[in-house]
Design a protein around this ligand. Structure first.
Ligand SMILES: Cc1cc2nc3c(=O)[nH]c(=O)nc-3n(C[C@H](O)[C@H](O)[C@H](O)COP(=O)(O)O)c2cc1C
Length: 396
């Protein structure tokens, strides 16, 4: 391991001073480290959450599930909602468009899975949901947003509820300040702002100024989300915005040790894993795959390894492993094959400087937002969405 590295962007950023950042209380949940693993569809299952948990501390949110599918007893949805046997905080993200289904699904989540925390997603920019008024389009209709959130909070009873949203539809239709107030009025214990609009998708930089505005606008804790790739970014974001905490998405893909570094810098210590060796990467990849094989024990190994391929690509992102190794990693279909590829890694190779901020997963946008006709007129209209607005697609 080399010493802590910081990109030029983070020159001069110091680790936290004593008591600079406070623990966060979300109802009965206390987070000593104000860090949340962002819900990511197809990624934040128990194997990945437990890997991140092994490295750090914070709140680790399960994958997004949809309210209607839970109520309709969709087996795949219930599998997605599964927690680890000893998972310390059972946190799940729900997406719903109809208050009635939200009420029923939250009751089921409480009764069957004994959840400790519920997050609700209002940030999905996928055209097939926004064109029906769902996902990131919902905050443009304030009553609808309030009714969905209030239904969740009431049904959750003593389980704390947070919501996650984007800045708005586009720069001419910003909704995040209203959404924050609605969350507060409905009884949420916190909110997360992915500081981009639906139009932005994942392009350019997240707008941390917007996070600061939201912090100034509401009294419940705000988690800032967007573009934390190095532990130093977290310190910069917290200091720039005054947010209570941070939420990390793509930064930890193929980098679960980021959580260790976050605990370090937030407790005043230098980070240790800013440029990990390929040896550590190889061991972690194999541990991750083992966890997946144990968790999805009913699935054939080959299908599990196929699903692991995207992770494999993220693990080696930024390392000079060569085209052939990347091709082999994209083609692995068994644990033995993965082991054979990683055995050929140069175990002492550390992450090159230019690899530290290399982006993983989504980078697309900007893109015009598909919306129902007239959607942006009359934000206080009463609307009811069709079930087509509630499909389960990744994004937020
Ligand atoms: C693969 C992937 C899947 C995602 N799925 C969800 C999701 O189901 N719910 C959600 O609220 N956000 C989802 N997001 C968005 C992230 O939670 C996060 O808001 C976004 O990536 C911005 O944060 P980042 O810059 O730290 O990655 C997803 C992002 C990625 C990359």
């Amino acid at each position: 391991m080399t010493g802590p590295y910081r990109s030029p962007l983070n020159e001069g950023v110091s680790v936290a001073a004593e008591n600079e950042f406070k623990p966060i209380e979300l109802g009965p949940i206390r987070l000593d480290t104000p860090v949340v693993l962002a819900p990511m569809a197809g990624v934040t299952d128990w194997p990945f959450r437990s890997l991140c948990l092994d490295w750090g501390a914070g709140l680790y949110v399960n994958q997004m599930i949809t309210a209607r599918a839970l109520v309709e007893e969709n087996a795949l949805t219930w599998k997605l909602a599964e927690f680890g046997a000893n998972e310390p905080i059972r946190s799940v993200q729900l997406y719903g468009t109809d208050p009635e289904y939200v009420t029923r699904s939250v009751r089921l989540l409480r009764e069957r899975l004994n959840i400790d925390h519920l997050d609700m997603n209002f940030g999905c920019p996928a055209p097939k949901v926004t064109r029906n008024g769902g996902g990131a389009a919902i905050p443009a209709k304030r009553k609808l947003l309030y009714n969905i959130v209030k239904a969740a909070v009431d049904a959750a009873e003593d389980v704390p509820v947070t919501i996650k949203f984007r800045k708005g539809i586009d720069d001419n239709h910003l909704t995040f300040l209203d959404s924050g107030k609605i969350a507060e009025d409905a009884g949420c214990v916190g909110v997360t702002l992915h500081a981009r609009t639906a139009y932005d998708l994942y392009s350019d930089h997240a707008d941390w100024d917007a996070i600061r505005l939201l912090v100034e606008h509401i009294d419940i804790p705000v988690f800032g989300n967007g573009d934390i790739w190095e532990p130093w970014d977290a310190l910069r974001m917290l200091r720039h915005t005054g947010a209570a905490g941070i939420e990390i998405g793509r930064g930890c893909l193929g980098r679960p040790w980021l959580f260790n570094d976050l605990v370090s810098v937030l407790s005043g210590r230098e980070p240790s894993y800013t440029r990990p060796t390929l040896g550590l990467v190889a061991t972690t990849m194999l541990t991750h795959l083992d966890k997946l094989i144990n968790f999805y024990f009913e699935d054939p190994e080959e299908s599990i390894v196929r699903r692991f391929r995207k992770h494999a690509g993220w693990y080696v992102a930024g390392y000079p492993v060569g085209k052939e190794t990347r091709r082999l990693l994209h083609a692995v279909s068994s644990k033995d094959e993965l082991q054979a590829v990683t055995d050929n890694f140069d175990f002492d190779q550390t992450l090159p400087l230019e690899g530290v901020r290399v982006k993983r997963s989504h980078t697309g946008g900007p893109r015009k937002v598909s919306l129902p006709d007239g959607w942006l007129q009359n934000p206080d209209a009463d609307v009811k969405l069709s079930p087509d607005a509630e499909v389960n697609v990744s994004g937020g």
